[in-house]
Design a protein around this ligand. Structure first.
Ligand code: DLL
Length: 434
């Protein structure tokens, strides 16, 4: 089912026209209402008159998370504070969070794009959706919440945490869809298995998972454990929480709501635009935002875009599943390693639980690379030889995928701390030594 066929199935030409019109408007808005943007455009020698078509976007300077920090908290608003009705924030790794302000119209757009997502997952007004993303400054909870209300389904505003109660509510209330981070979903799946309820007693069919990278292997693992179909939902605080992108029933990429959020792919090193299908850094321009529009915002997320019509009928551009951010990439002994590569290997191997933790360090001027991973109960034994065999097997497999050999530390099931929100899977001790 399609929520807004007019837009979701619009011809490329019509979409270009709509995007061009909206780009002109948003550029006028920021130029006249937001000094940092005006100054930056002036420095680049661009005026709103130079922006006539969506293709002209390349003339505009980029923005980044650093700008949100530099103009913290409200320096990048393009609407008067009297029109800001909500604030969200995302915590960075250091110091102050970044803060965004939304107008009533921004909230309406958010609800609209959220409804497109849920409808694509096959959800409608007779369904019950449990929102287990955190509520609060994080956009996950409230963002998913209003999307559920907008399609007329029933929302259970659980927020994250209290895992036993989550299971009980899902069971007792006949919840059809669970909205959570994939890592929390994995934890809930595990808790469901050891709960007093049988899997057939749940009405759970759909997963609405996002807010962190997750592999196809992890998707299969959660789907099998929960007996559901798991869909991707993408978003980021700066642009618009969950609902910037979503998977349809074909699951061949994440459709981006490009009538509101215009995507580009650039080379993260040079900033040069990259052609369709080539992986690079995703950049967004918000075409309709009023509160805090962002122009050519560098997300640090790595993906590629595809423009051919999808077999679901939607014409909205699709991006490949995001397997990592420029910032996630570890360089270990000169080799680029993404935690998602490790995840896919671990999920493929029968003997291991999909929980792991990577520690990187520098000892005697050499990088160390250790992966702690849980062995499934039925494979966990005191027999040294069998455990050594398991270690060898996984180390070899990881080496063949990432290019370097890790030290493996095998642990019992449930040793590694479970995540209720975004999972943290890496400790890079080298950063403390520089
Ligand atoms: O995570 C918004 C969100 C909430 C999306 C709930 C989906 C569901 P932030 O906390 O600002 O916002 O983090 C944004 O998370 O730049 C990506 O690196 C990552 N991310 C979000 N969704 C996905 C996804 C929310 N589906 C950052 N796949 C983004 C991979 C994702 N990474």
């Amino acid at each position: 089912m399609i929520w807004n066929e007019t837009v979701e199935c619009m011809s490329r030409e019509e979409m270009r026209k709509l995007q061009s019109l909206r780009l002109k408007r948003v550029i006028e808005r920021v130029y006249h209402n937001c000094e940092p943007y005006r100054k930056r455009m002036q420095a680049a020698g661009v005026t709103p008159e130079d922006i006539k078509d969506i293709k002209d976007i390349v003339k505009l300077p980029f923005s980044s998370k650093k700008d949100l920090r530099d103009y913290y908290p409200f320096g990048l608003l393009s609407a008067p504070m009297s029109e800001i009705v909500r604030v969200h924030a995302s915590s960075g790794t250091t110091g102050k969070p970044i803060v965004v302000g939304l107008t009533n119209n921004d909230l309406a757009v958010w609800k609209e794009v959220g409804a497109r997502c849920l409808t694509a997952y096959g959800l409608g007004q007779n369904d019950i959706v449990q929102v287990s993303y955190g509520y609060g400054l994080f956009t996950g909870g409230l963002g998913a919440h209003s999307a559920v209300e907008n399609i007329g389904a029933t929302v259970i505003p659980m927020s994250s945490g209290n895992t036993q109660k989550q299971i009980m509510m899902m069971h007792d209330l006949g919840v059809k869809a669970l909205a959570a981070t994939p890592s929390y979903a994995m934890y809930l799946a595990e808790a469901m298995e050891s709960s007093p309820y049988k899997r057939e007693e749940f009405n759970l069919r759909v997963g609405v998972f996002g807010a962190e990278p997750w592999t196809e292997a992890m998707r299969r693992e959660i789907e099998a454990k929960m007996g559901i179909k798991a869909y991707d939902i993408y978003g980021l605080t700066e642009i618009m929480g969950p609902g910037v992108g979503y998977e349809c029933e074909c699951q061949c990429g994440t459709h981006l709501n490009e009538d509101h959020f215009y995507p580009e792919i650039i080379d993260p090193e040079t900033g040069e635009p990259l052609p369709e299908g080539v992986e690079g850094e995703l950049v967004f321009t918000t075409l309709t935002k009023e509160g805090m529009p962002l122009i050519r915002f560098r997300t640090r997320d790595l993906t590629a875009l595809h423009y051919e019509r999808c077999s679901c009928g939607r014409t909205l551009v699709r991006m490949d599943k995001i397997m990592g951010r420029c910032d996630d990439m570890l360089i270990i002994r000169g080799v680029n390693v993404f935690p998602s590569q490790v995840e896919s290997v671990i999920c493929e191997l029968e003997e291991f639980e999909p929980f792991f933790f990577i520690t990187v360090d520098r000892v005697n001027n050499t990088d160390t690379f250790e992966i702690m991973v849980e062995v499934k109960q039925e494979y966990y034994t005191d027999d040294m030889r069998s455990m050594m065999e398991l270690k060898k097997k996984i180390a070899h497999k990881i080496q063949s995928v990432v290019g370097i050999q890790p030290d493996i530390r095998l642990v019992e099931p449930r040793t590694i701390e479970r995540s209720e929100g975004k999972v943290k899977r890496v400790l890079d001790k080298r950063v403390f030594k520089n």
